[in-house]
Design a protein around this ligand. Sequence first.
Ligand code: ZN
Ligand code: ZN
Length: 284
Amino acid sequence: MRIDLHTHSTASDGTDTPAELVRNAAAAGLDVVAITDHDTTAGWTEAVDALPKGLSLVRGMEMSCIGLGDDGWPVPVHLLAYLFDPADRCFADERERLRAERVDRLRMMAELMRADGLPIDPDAVLASAGGSAGRPHLARALVEAGVVPSVDAAFTELLAPHGPYYAEKADTPLRKAVEMIATAGGVSVLAHTRARKRGRLLALDDIRELATLGLGGLEIDHPDHSEADRVVLGELANELGLIGTGSSDYHGANKTIRLGEFTTDPAQFEELAGKATGVPVIGS
Ligand SMILES: [Zn+2]
Ligand SMILES: [Zn+2]
C-alpha cells in the first residue's frame, strides 16, 4: 500500500487540475491519495468524478493557522484537516472568511505594486487565482511581467513577510482550528511542523496542549524535515498517542517533489480513517 496524504491541485497553488492530480496519483502507483488544497474544498468534486479505479481518495484541506512559537510569539502553522463534513456550519463559515481574506490580501499587495509602477494588473492576478488566492499567483504574475527571474526570487525580494509589499492575514488560531475540525467529524494533522527553512517553529509544548484539544496527528516524513526532526516528531507522536503521517506535499510543476516521494504507513492511515466521521474515504 502506497499512501500520500498531502497534495495540492489548481484549486490552490498546485499545477495539476484535481482530475489530473488523481490520474497522476494512480500513474505514480499510489493506492491512496489525499487532496489538501490551501483553505478550500473547491477541488473535491472534480477529484471524486475523475477518480481512477483502484485509487482511494481522502478529501482534505490544508488550513493556514496561527500558533505559538518557542519564544512565545505567534508563528504561522499549517494544519491538515481530513475527512471532515464540509457542510458543518461553523467550519464552513470560517473557510469562507479565510477565502475572502485571501482575495482582499492579494488585491492589496497587487495594488501596492501597481502604485509603485510595477506592471501588475490586480484584476488579472485575481482572475488567475481561482478558488484559493495566494502569494504564488502574484509571484507568477511578476515572473511573467519580467519583474523577477523566478517565483523564488519574487518571494525573497518582494513577497517575504518583511518585504515591501507584504500584507498580513488573519489566520485561524490553531486551537480553534483543531476544535472546529474535530466538531466537523474530521481528523487534524499538523503539517511540516519542523520545516526550519520556513521560519520559526511551533513550540513542542503547544503541540502537547493541542493533543488534549483533539489534535489527531503529526506529519513526520515531509521533504522539509531533517532526519533528526523526524526522530523528534516520531517520539512526540508516541508520547502523545498521535497518528504519524508521511507525505510529499506535491505541488505539480511548482516544486520538484514527486507524488508518493514520502508515504504514510498503512496502519497509521487505517487509524486516521477510522477516527473520522465527517465524510468517508472514496474508492476501493
Ligand atoms: Zn504547508
Ligand atoms: Zn501543502
